[in-house]
Design a protein around this ligand. Structure first.
Ligand code: SF4
Length: 397
């Protein structure tokens, strides 16, 4: 590894990258060599490996957050849906996405599906792909279907840069993203026992930066961060441990992410950047058909999510397992306002947690709202209630 950089310097760099609404680093990367393409993808998850193998840079588009005023985007959507599609439209109409070659809209909800239609109407990019993910978890059915969907994407990219993707290239890309997930997981493993070594706000910036820069660069940054947090840095504080669930698409404002820890809760796991952590084990790097390996990984060891209907693998038990494994004291259900997938799942989790005696609270947010005094008080009360009645698990609604 190269010389160890100052941790704060790395975090500052990641902060800048994460919220650069002009995607400057991606643009520079593309301009450095002919044939390079930038492919934007919406939350939650997309197998970035295939874009990398095709000479592209996958770039996540999470909306404008609280940094972009919505003026035109509101005209495209009714008031009673979430905020992220408006801010993505605003980014597109204000030409923040002009250097993107194509856009992928994973099948997460109707809102994202409609957004893909609006992008098509506006002829944004050279291709628009609404990508269906399998809801059938048999490799010979859902797995084969998923491979076909990935082949469509590779075909679109080849039409732009002429690059034919070989199994060797794909396996190399898979290897890089395996490494990426391992390093991110290492950070969470350290934070499970020593959450004061790196705040959740810093973790968020560090992981989000990886969605807009080449994976090779992100791996190098992550390695440096991992070296730092091996050391006994920071000062422990009297806080309870919680898991955040439901915030996988539209992202809370960074002030809200910070406020939860300031209010007395160490966040030891979350689904903010779920796409970067979706695959839970290494994907096979020696497969003759790497697309099959990616599909199998998704089918057999992906994280649960509100966009996946996997009735044989109930998500409430999977979340309960995360709570147990992380040694968390409770769960905070945080949903974007009007986010159907997250809000429809919430009662399933909460009914199950009532029976299991897992404490929880829930609230809703919007990416552009930076006033959350009430939420901070709610989180503070949750933390206090856990500390006061440690031996008597109760759910707090
Ligand atoms: S925030 Fe929820 S409803 Fe809105 S686009 Fe994302 S998943 Fe769909």
């Amino acid at each position: 590894m190269t010389k160890l950089r100052n941790l704060q310097e790395i975090i500052n760099e990641c902060k800048e990258l994460s919220f650069d609404l002009n995607f400057t680093r991606a643009k520079k990367w593309k301009d450095a060599q002919a044939g390079r393409v930038i492919v934007g993808y919406m939350p939650i998850y997309f197998p970035r490996e295939i874009i990398h193998a095709a000479g592209g840079l996958p770039v996540a588009i999470f909306g404008g957050g609280d940094r972009k005023q919505i003026i035109k985007g509101d005209a495209y959507y009714q008031s009673y849906i979430c905020h992220i599609p408006r801010s993505i439209m605003e980014l597109a109409l204000d030409k923040h996405l002009d250097h993107f070659d194509g856009f992928i809209f994973p099948s997460i909800c109707d809102v994202i599906r409609n957004l893909s239609g609006i992008f098509k109407q506006h002829k944004l990019g050279k291709f628009i792909k609404y990508m269906d993910f399998p809801q059938n978890f048999l490799p010979q059915i859902g797995g084969v279907f998923y491979q076909q969907e990935m082949q469509h994407v590779l075909h679109y990219i080849k039409e732009i840069n002429g690059i034919e993707v070989s199994p060797e290239k794909l396996n190399h890309s898979i290897d890089l993203y395996n490494k990426n997930r391992q390093l991110i997981e290492y950070i969470y493993t350290v934070r499970q026992d020593y959450p004061w070594r790196l705040s959740i706000e810093d973790v968020y910036h560090i992981i989000r930066a990886g969605t807009v820069i080449p994976v090779e660069e992100h791996n190098a940054l992550l390695e440096q961060v991992c070296e730092h947090i091996k050391q006994d840095i920071g000062t422990p504080q009297d806080k309870v441990k919680v898991v955040i669930s439901g915030a996988f698409c539209e992202q809370p404002a960074i002030g809200l992410i910070r406020a939860i820890e300031e209010a007395g809760c160490y966040v030891v796991d979350d689904d903010y950047m779920l796409g970067s952590r979706m695959i839970l084990k290494d994907i096979d790097t020696k497969a003759e058909n790497p697309l099959e390996a990616i599909a199998n990984a998704y089918i057999t060891h992906s994280q649960y999510s509100s966009s996946i209907y996997d009735v044989h693998n109930p998500k409430e038990f999977r979340l309960a397992k995360i709570v147990k494994n992380r040694g968390a004291d409770g769960v905070i259900f945080a949903s974007a306002s009007f986010c159907d997938p997250s809000l429809l799942d919430a009662p399933i989790f909460q009914n199950a947690f009532d029976k299991m005696g897992i404490r929880y609270i829930s609230f809703q947010y919007s990416e552009n709202i930076n006033q959350f005094k009430v939420i901070k008080e709610q989180v503070g009360a949750f933390s206090d209630s856990i500390k006061l009645w440690e031996d008597e698990p109760v759910s707090v609604k």
